[in-house]
Ligand binder design. Structure first.
Ligand code: RB5
Length: 152
């Protein structure tokens, strides 16, 4: 069974209650590393947990949610091997897989509603990377990461 790691800060606690059963209903195992309380937490901590699970192969894909999706995506993208994207429409979510081979989907719980979030999840999880000329471009992105690694 494919595994999804789901991480969120305080802004997405209510949305998550509906999204995790939805993802499980699609046949995935979901590991919840986000907060379940409304008390304010720091999204970079959660973003790093999501990203580490994906980068290490302990999860197939990640879903990371904060208020805007921006902060948590920035945190995820600091981990080597991660391609996290912020989406708020189905087309972008679909192409994030098809052309960019993204491995973490991010969105903003204060930006989109839960039904849109489900559409993004469907597009992201149901779409395969197209490869071909897009593989060369994704490799070029990862070359930038390799050239800029601190080695820490
Ligand atoms: C928290 O208030 C908020 O800053 C966070 O959820 C996110 O939107 C940051 O990018």
């Amino acid at each position: 069974m494919k595994k999804i790691v789901f991480g969120n800060d305080h802004s997405a606690v209510q949305m998550k209650k509906e999204l995790i059963p939805y993802i499980e209903g699609k046949g995935y195992e979901v590991v919840n590393v986000g907060t379940d309380e409304e008390k304010s937490i720091d999204y970079p901590v959660v973003g790093e947990m999501v990203a580490n699970m994906v980068a290490s192969g302990n999860a197939d894909f990640g879903i990371a949610v904060c208020g805007t999706g921006l902060g948590i995506s920035l945190a995820c993208n600091k981990v080597n091997g991660i391609r996290a994207c912020v989406c708020s429409d189905a087309y972008t979510a679909r192409y994030s897989r098809l052309h960019n081979n993204c491995n973490i989907l991010c969105f903003g719980a204060r930006v989109i509603g839960v039904e849109t979030a489900k559409m993004l999840i469907d597009e992201f999880l149901d779409t395969q990377f197209e490869g071909g000329r897009h593989a060369r471009r994704v490799d070029l992105i990862m070359d930038i990461e390799r050239r800029n690694r601190s080695g820490q």
